[in-house]
Write a protein that binds this ligand. Structure first.
Ligand SMILES: Nc1ncnc2c1ncn2[C@@H]1O[C@H](COP(=O)(O)OP(=O)(O)O)[C@@H](O)[C@H]1O
Ligand SMILES: [Mg+2]
Length: 245
């Protein structure tokens, strides 16, 4: 998909500038957004997902501006898959219902075809035995697999993931990233905010480094990791590597 930001800025009520005049234009298949906490990554992703409006500037997806009015925004959101850090599932619903019910209520699937689609995805993601469990009966990794299944169930145009593994134990992180990688290999276009640098570097084609509301670096992910151009990225990567084996 083609993503374009023109002088994109977001300021919150307290006056803080969270995104500061971001200009960007490229054709993207898989993009990792990295950077220190508070740098504006989630804000940028929420704007792309139509969950938050910029205070100034414009965003174009495949040449069309993200709509401004609520009715059109709702339609836009329906075409995008979103996975959050944690707690994104409906607590009172089973894994199956978490996938099935939005398909019926939001996407107007029949009960039967929604159930079929949900079961197909649960089986595919190794959750067939867990389809009747509620989120509290599932591990964090299983919950995130259900969340991903729900996000792709209606075959979205692209998938946005905001730190989908940052609340997980390491062994669950791998099983979730494996699924994201599998989707990528099938041609799903995606943008992921992540602190998993191995995944950002090896599984994503492009990477963007966001720091203090500014897009400091962008490019081919391998190059970005091996040849940082700014002291900020160099310092950020250095910190991450400090305790590596
Ligand atoms: N609704 C809001 N109102 C005010 N400030 C906000 C709001 N949402 C986020 N922020 C601030 O914006 C900054 C960037 O946040 P965020 O986009 O979540 O960064 P990141 O995802 O990179 O950690 C943070 O300092 C945060 O406190
Ligand atoms: Mg965030």
């Amino acid at each position: 998909m083609k993503i374009e930001f023109q002088q994109l800025s977001r300021q919150f009520e307290d006056g803080r500038i969270v995104l500061d005049s971001i200009n960007f234009s490229d054709e993207i298949r898989t993009l990792a957004i990295i950077g220190p906490s508070g740098g504006g990554k989630s804000t940028l992703l929420r704007i792309l997902g139509g969950l938050l409006l910029p205070t100034s500037g414009e965003v174009f997806v495949n040449g069309s501006p993200i709509p401004q009015n609520e009715e059109q925004l709702q339609r836009y959101r329906k075409e995008i898959g979103f996975v959050f850090q944690q707690g994104g599932l409906f607590r009172h619903m089973t894994a199956l219902e978490n996938i099935q019910i939005p398909l019926v209520q939001v996407h107007h699937y029949s009960e039967r075809s929604a159930k079929e689609r949900a079961l197909e995805l649960l089986e595919r993601f190794g959750l067939k035995e867990d389809s009747h469990k509620r989120p509290f009966q599932l591990s964090g990794g299983q919950q995130q697999r259900v969340a991903i299944a729900r996000a792709i169930a209606a075959r979205p145009r692209f998938l946005l993931l905001d730190e989908p593994t940052s609340a997980l134990d390491p062994e669950y992180t791998t099983e979730v990233l494996d699924i994201v990688n599998e989707l990528k290999n099938e041609g799903m276009e995606l943008i992921i905010v992540t602190h998993e640098m191995g995944f950002a570097r090896h599984a994503c084609e492009k990477a963007a480094f966001l720091c203090q509301g500014r897009l400091m670096e962008y490019g081919d992910s391998h190059t970005l990791f091996t040849h940082p151009q700014t002291p900020q990225l160099e310092q950020f990567l250095g910190r991450l590597l400090e305790w590596n084996i």
